[in-house]
Design a protein around this ligand. Structure first.
Ligand SMILES: NC(=O)c1ccc[n+]([C@@H]2O[C@H](COP(=O)([O-])OP(=O)(O)OC[C@H]3O[C@@H](n4cnc5c(N)ncnc54)[C@H](O)[C@@H]3O)[C@@H](O)[C@H]2O)c1
Ligand SMILES: CC1=C(/C=C/C(C)=C/C=C/C(C)=C/C=C/C=C(C)/C=C/C=C(C)/C=C/C=C(\C)C=O)C(C)(C)CCC1
Length: 531
């Protein structure tokens, strides 16, 4: 249980203050204070310890807002952010260092121009968070922004007011408030923030609001990262371990009471397996919740009445049959982990994003049909899950896209904090986490340097032009294709020479290994080893 701590009442930031807050973030960036590595390191170290020191308040806030268990809060929110701080600190110097550009980026003929990429912070950024992981999904992008050297304004979700207030206090008491600020509020406050000029907007939330944000950002050509949702499919074939699939998918729908953008919306399963799968699902349910889900201290609650009603309506409107769970208690905002067996792709349980502990099961006759249904329901979901043989995994990966994918489990591809994460198409633009978080807030600025001594070498570019010099330059720099007009590879002199020198090896490594074998064999033979 979370310790007894007091959390202030939610208070929105005054609308009149918002332009000043945004202008301070822009101003702090202009005086270059956040570009210094020492500043970035200090903020990350302070954030790490703030997460430690504010743990009781954060746990209490997560419990208050979402009834999130301390176990999930620590694993998926607090420790996650702390691990992110440590990762960024461990690698920051390397990430931020200029990168020399050599082969294959810069041809040898231009190597004297010292091509390099400088990692520049984008500037003042706005980070807008959702309600489901109100700590992690707001602070993980902030770690990327700080690492890259940006200033930032955070806008937590108003649907998790306790978390929003604790985060505001934590940031204001521990970080450099001249460069990092928190604005609390709902639509009017977000609109006021969106009326300001930002160098990047990082938005996590629904596709509907993401569309509003992207449209508004387009007016000032402000780049946006969108981390959105999706109708994520799970595929189960005859080659799957059914009991394991049932247990793992049930886990995916019980984390945070299923309020996870990544969890499966529906399961496409071979029709012959349906009844056994349902038996395994119910068995797994009993193992996880021996006294029933509502009595379990581990299961979260639906964030508010609006979302409770939305989920209830999905269950009321379905023409399917409830085969696991189905219970609910409005006063407690409790919805039981629920599976619904449906027979139509048009069922609301297939067509709407569940974003709760409910999902549908749709029987199919073949993998072809499953892939076809999934591509029809949502062509670019945030994630997909495949339970079957290696060949079936490959077919699914090849014939359907998604932001990320987990084979043989629920959303594990997104459960490690250092691995890039993002959607595709309408489930999101851009990625973050690990190094991708640094890159997300960085401008990769290419720089070259032309020395005075090289003037004669590169004088060919000046007018009056001389075609003979251009031909000479082309001979040195243009290269020759190893393919003909039909796209067929031509095995000319160069190819056979490389094959001969490489003893038939197709790569430098292959050639090296072959040469080593020959030399060792030669050595052994000439020294009479083994005679
Ligand atoms: N891809 C991801 O990483 C990810 C993570 C969590 C949630 N999600 C998605 O987010 C959705 C649930 O989260 P949510 O309900 O907090 O999302 P939401 O889009 O309702 O809210 C997100 C943020 O936008 C603000 N907002 C809401 N309406 C707005 C408006 N009209 N104009 C401007 N700002 C507005 C909110 O205050 C909040 O801070 C689901 O669709 C889920 O799939 C995606
Ligand atoms: C420790 C040792 C070993 C390793 C043990 C391992 C690997 C244990 C694995 C434990 C598991 C299964 C942990 C699960 C973690 C899940 C997490 C963190 C989920 C996170 C979810 C998130 C962030 C959700 C995000 C939601 C979003 C973005 C949208 O809504 C051995 C076995 C190697 C031996 C030595 C000891």
């Amino acid at each position: 249980m979370a310790a007894k701590v007091s959390i202030p009442e939610f208070q929105a930031t005054a609308l009149d203050d918002i332009p000043g807050i945004a202008s301070a973030a822009r101003g702090a960036f202009r005086v270059h204070k956040t570009k210094k590595l020492e500043w970035r390191q200090l903020q990350l170290r302070k954030l790490y310890w703030a997460m430690e020191d504010y743990q009781p308040q954060l746990l209490a806030a997560l419990m208050q807002d979402l009834h999130k268990s301390d176990f999930e809060s620590i694993l998926m929110e607090l420790d996650w952010v702390k691990k992110d701080c440590l990762f960024m600190l461990d690698h920051l110097e390397k990430f931020a260092k200029d990168e020399k550009l050599g082969s294959p980026h810069v041809p040898a003929t231009y190597s004297f121009m010292k091509f390099r990429v400088r990692k520049e912070p984008l500037g003042a950024v706005l980070i807008i968070g959702p309600y489901n992981f109100p700590v992690q999904l707001l602070l993980a992008p902030l770690i990327g922004a700080i690492g890259a050297g940006c200033t930032a304004v955070l806008k937590p979700s108003e649907l998790t007011p306790a978390c929003a207030m604790v985060i505001k206090e934590m940031v204001e008491k521990t970080l450099d408030t001249s460069a990092i600020a928190v604005v609390n509020g709902a639509i009017p406050e977000t609109n006021a923030l969106m009326n300001e000029k930002w160098d990047k907007i990082f938005f996590t939330g629904s596709a509907a609001v993401g569309t509003i944000i992207a449209k508004k950002a387009a007016e000032t050509l402000t780049p946006v990262v969108l981390e959105l949702g999706g109708k994520n499919p799970a595929f189960i074939s005859k080659n799957a371990n059914l009991a394991l699939a049932a247990k793992r998918l049930l886990w995916g729908k019980t984390v945070n009471a299923g309020q996870v953008c990544l969890s499966q919306n529906y399961v496409l399963i071979d029709k012959d397996l349906v009844e056994t799968f349902i038996t395994f699902l119910n068995q797994a349910y009993k193992e996880m919740f021996p006294k029933g889900a509502q009595a379990s201290p581990d299961l979260g609650r639906i964030v508010n009445q609006r979302h409770f009603q939305r989920l209830k309506k999905m269950l009321d409107d379905t023409r399917g049959r409830i085969v696991m769970g189905g219970g609910m208690d409005e006063a407690d905002k409790f919805i039981e982990p629920t599976a619904v067996l449906v027979d139509s792709v048009n069922d609301p349980m297939m067509q709407e994003e569940s974003f709760g502990p409910i999902f549908s099961i749709y029987p199919v006759n073949s993998l072809d049909e499953a892939i076809n249904v999934a591509n029809t329901v949502h062509r670019t979901p945030l994630s997909l899950f495949s339970f079957g043989s290696k060949a079936e995994h490959q077919r699914i990966l090849n014939e359907m896209t998604s932001g990320g994918a987990t084979l043989n489990d629920a959303f594990f591809h997104a459960s490690v904090n250092t691995v890039p994460f993002g959607g595709v198409g309408d489930s999101g633009w851009g990625a973050y986490r690990g190094k991708a978080s640094f890159d997300c807030f960085t401008h990769f600025r290419t720089i070259s340097e032309t020395s005075s001594w090289s003037e004669k070498l590169i004088a060919v570019r000046y007018m009056p032009f001389d075609m003979s010099k251009l031909k000479m330059l082309a001979r040195f720099t243009n290269g020759k294709p190893n393919f003909d007009r039909n796209g067929k590879v031509v095995k000319g002199f160069g190819y056979w020479a490389a094959m001969l020198c490489g003893l038939g090896g197709k790569s430098a490594k292959g050639a090296f290994v072959r040469w080593m074998v020959v030399l060792v064999a030669h050595y052994l033979y000439t020294n009479g080893v083994g005679n």
